[in-house]
Design a protein around this ligand. Structure first.
Ligand code: EPZ
Length: 428
């Protein structure tokens, strides 16, 4: 858990080194189960979601150690060394209930052992988040699937198959792609997700000896191989962390270099902020963000390359300050406006009707006590707090923010934001 105190910020100045992407690291950690060789994930961010998955991988018999011999990757973060020489069913279900991304061990376990047993992940604050497409994909690869006492039990030697996803699910694409690498024969995933994290996972799998083609195109072809070997891999930078910091700058103003950010992964956000008056410059070292947003926004979240749903909450904080009416449509998750309730406590004028939100922005945002309901909602409140008058106390009793942002108070503090963490440091 954590509590942050944030006061009105002067314009943000300096640079932030963007960490390695949480949503790339998590599937790549799961992919380490596909080989009995050692795997090193370089520049792994210190996030509680990473800790949770490491706990789960250990319960599957995988050795997992942080390499503290010194910084070896992005943002001077350490490597995480894994080795799944011996593999078994997870001995402890608890981490699976804590984090939805745990479902990503399903494909690798099934591919490596010919069986898998995972808990049916619960929904979360932002929606039901079913896993029917994951199951559909495993069945297409020849797995027998049974639901039993809240668990998904899968078995069978995998063979190549074809699946058309009803929606381009990121996790289902990742799970099926990983399972298909060791299936006998060729597999085809149609209507696959195109997020940069999908392409990153495919690149890592291919460096492990897999034969994955078409990642990022919507149709992925996987030629199964007998086994995969180890790899040392540096995943891509976190486009959502970079986008969140760009939103904070669009609120406080200033001149910030997002070192290591890759503009080609963030085009939808960058164009949206530019439409609102923010100056964005692509530089060799990363992205430079200058000035405040001054125009209202029209945001429709879509699967990649559309506007990312994970930045809907942070950019809504921007909309609270821009004069005029902004219009939001959240098309990916059915319940992703919880942050609106807390932003209203700060003076925001937000009307929500199902998946549409209207925000009448202006100068009336003021500090108060607010509570984080989920990871990106928490980030949204921190962003709003840097622009609000007076002090805002952001309570995060579930520790949502630490799940996806490594020491956000240090990152923003280094840019000049008057932010303090009132609770003990995040779990080591
Ligand atoms: C990934 O979640 C990300 N998490 C999410 O980021 C992100 O919001 C989401 O993709 C969309 O971009 C990780 O990568 C660890 P989906 P995932 O399967 O894979 C429905 C964050 O804040 N669906 O693409 O779970 C689902 O209900 C997190 O970092 C089914 O109906 O997302 C949702 O409405 C939050 N059946 C939509 O598809 C399925 O079998 C998109 O879900 C799977 C998904």
């Amino acid at each position: 858990m954590a509590t942050y105190s944030v006061r009105t910020s002067p314009p943000l100045r300096g640079e932030a080194i963007i960490h390695t992407a949480k949503n790339s690291v998590l599937p790549i950690l799961a992919a380490s189960l596909l080989t009995s060789d050692p795997v090193s994930v370089l520049g792994t961010p210190r996030l509680t979601d990473v800790d949770t998955l490491c706990e789960l991988l250990r319960s599957c018999g995988c050795q997992v150690e942080w390499d503290d011999s010194g910084p070896v990757g992005r943002a001077s973060a350490p490597a995480l060394n894994l080795c799944a020489r011996e593999l078994c069913m997870p001995a402890n279900d608890e981490p699976m209930r804590r984090m939805r991304a745990s479902i990503l061990i399903m494909g690798p376990l099934l591919a490596r052992l010919g069986m898998a047993r995972v808990t049916l992940p619960g929904g979360c604050a932002i929606g039901q988040r079913p896993v029917d497409q994951h199951i559909k994909g495993m069945q297409a690869l020849g797995a027998e699937v049974a639901l039993h006492q809240g668990h998904i039990e899968l078995s069978g030697r995998l063979r190549g198959g074809s699946v058309y996803l009803d929606m381009p699910s990121v996790g289902a694409t990742e799970n099926i792609m990983m399972a298909a690498t060791l299936a006998q024969g060729a597999s085809r995933i149609e209507n696959a997700a195109k997020e940069p994290e999908i392409t990153d996972l495919a690149m890592c799998l291919n460096q492990m000896g897999a034969r994955v083609a078409g990642a990022g195109s919507g149709t992925i072809i996987v030629q199964g191989v007998a086994k995969l070997h180890g790899v040392k891999y540096q995943p891509i930078p976190d486009r959502i962390e970079a986008g969140t910091l760009a939103c904070a700058t669009a609120i406080a103003g200033g001149n910030v270099l997002l070192r290591g950010a890759r503009s080609e992964h963030m085009r939808a956000l960058l164009f949206k902020l530019q439409e609102a008056g923010v100056i964005i410059a692509e530089q060799r070292e990363g992205l430079r963000v200058r000035g405040k947003a001054v125009q209202p926004l029209a945001v429709r979240t879509m699967v990649y390359p559309g506007f990312p749903t994970d930045l809907q909450a942070p950019i809504m904080a921007v909309a609270c300050f821009t004069p005029g009416t902004s219009v939001f449509l959240e098309t990916v998750f059915e319940n992703r406006y919880m942050h609106a309730t807390e932003l209203r406590r700060m003076g925001a004028r937000i009307r929500v009707e199902d998946r549409v939100a209207l925000i009448d922005g202006g100068p009336d945002m003021h500090g108060t006590r607010v509570i984080s309901s989920d990871l990106r909602a928490g980030a949204s409140l921190i962003c709003a707090a840097v622009g609000a008058k007076g002090e805002t106390i952001v309570e995060d009793p579930q520790g949502h923010i630490d799940r996806g942002y490594e020491r956000i108070e240090r990152t923003l503090g280094d840019l000049g934001a008057p932010i303090r963490r009132l609770q003990p440091d995040p779990p080591a």
